[in-house]
Ligand binder design. Sequence first.
Ligand code: MTE
Ligand code: CO
Length: 420
Amino acid sequence: MTKTSTRRGFMKGGLTAGAALATAGLVAPARAGGDPAITEIQDWNRYSGAGVDASPYGKPSDFEAHVMRRNVAWLTADPVSSVNFTPLHELDGIITPNGLCFERHHAGVAEVDPQQHRLMINGLVDTPLVFTMADLMRFPRENHIYFLECAANSGMEWRGAQLNGCQYTHGMVHCVMYTGVKLKHLLAEAGVKTAGKWVMPEGADASAMTRSIPLEKAMEDCLVAFKMNGEALRPEQGYPLRLVVPGWEGNMWVKWLRRLEVGDEPWHAREETSKYTDLLANGKARRFTWVMDVKSVITSPSPQMPITHGKGRTVLTGLAWSGAGKISRVDVSLDGGRNWVTARLDGPSLTKALHRFYHEFDWDGSELFLQSRAIDEAGFVQPTKQELRAVRGANSIYHNNGIQTWHVAKDGVVENVEIS
Ligand code: MTE
Ligand code: CO
C-alpha cells in the first residue's frame, strides 16, 4: 500500500507538467491524479505470467482479436470461390503480417504436400524440366518487398460509394517480403527457344488457374517464391510455391504453382477473356491490362477508425502504391479536393511496394471530406472517380484506382461518400 500511495504522490506532482502540455496545444494527456489505471497496481504487474512455451508459435494479444481478415458474405455465392479483406485500418508501416493477408481463391485453399509438389517447365524449351522443392533451393535466392493487389480491388465502388470501411473498399491488397528464385534462372535452365514469347503459369489447385505472361516480364522481375516475411508461404497464399509478378494484377500471381509453359502466343485463358478484362462504355473490352495503376487510401481516420478523441491534434495516415514503380508524392485534402497539402512519406520507399504516409493536423471539430491523391515516379497521378469514369465508363469492376473520399462528421464518425 505504501507503494501505491507513493505513486499517487508522484502523479499529483506531475499534474502541472501535464496541464502545461495541454495549454501548449499538444496532445492533451489524461488528467493525472484520478485515473486508477495508473494509480492502482494491475494483476499483470503483480503476478508472473505464462512461461516461454505457452505458445510455441506466437499469436497476437487476445486484445487484438478484432484485427482480422473479414469477408462480405453477399458478394459471392459461396466461400470457396470468394475473397476476404486485409484489415488495412488496423495496420501501420508497409508490411502486411502473414495471417492478415487477404485471400482470393477460385477453388478454395489447396493443401499441397511439399514432398509431392513439382514444378514443370515445358513448351517451347530445349529441355523440359521437373523441379522438386529441394531442386529449387539450389538456385540463387533473392528477397523483395512487393504489393499484390487484386484487379477487382475497389471493384464494388465503380458505380458509387458502397462499402463502409477501407478494409472492404481497398483491402484486396497486401505487401510482404518474398524469398524466391528469379524466374529467369529457371527458364534459362530449360532454355527458351527463339520462338518462345509467352509464359503460362498454372496452379495446382482445383481451379488450375492459368494466365499468359509476356516473356519480357517473366525475364525482368518475376520470382518463384517459397517464403513470405521470412517463413514458408501460408497455405492461403500458395504454399509451397507461388509466382510473384511485381506491380501486375494479383490474378497473375499463380498460387500452388505447378507448371510453366512457354509458347509463341497468349493462351486466351478464361481469366483473361471472360474475366479480368475491362468492359468499356462502348461495349468493347480492354484486355491484358496488367499493370496496377497508381492508387492510395487513407486508412485512418476511416469508417472503421472514427475520431474518438474530439478536437485537437489528429494523425491521419494511409497507404499509396503503384505498379509503375515508387510513389514520389502523396497529397491529402481535408475539404474534398479544394485544397491539398503534401503528406509525409515515412518508412522504406521501394519499387512496387506499399508506401506509408502521414499528415498530422489540428482538427477544429468541423466536418471534413478526407481524400488522398498519389503520384508515382513515372508521373502518373491518381484520378478522381469522375475522371476515371469519363474514360472507362462504369461497366467494369477491375482497375478502379479513383480517389476515395471519407466524410468525417462533427462527432468523429466516418463514412464512405463520393463527391468527385
Ligand atoms: N492462383 C491459384 N492457383 N488459384 C487462385 O484462385 N487467385 C488469384 C491469384 N492466384 C488464385 C491464384 C487472384 S484473383 C488473386 S487476387 C491472388 O492470387 C490473391 O492472392 P492471395 O490469396 O495471396 O491474396
Ligand atoms: Co484477384
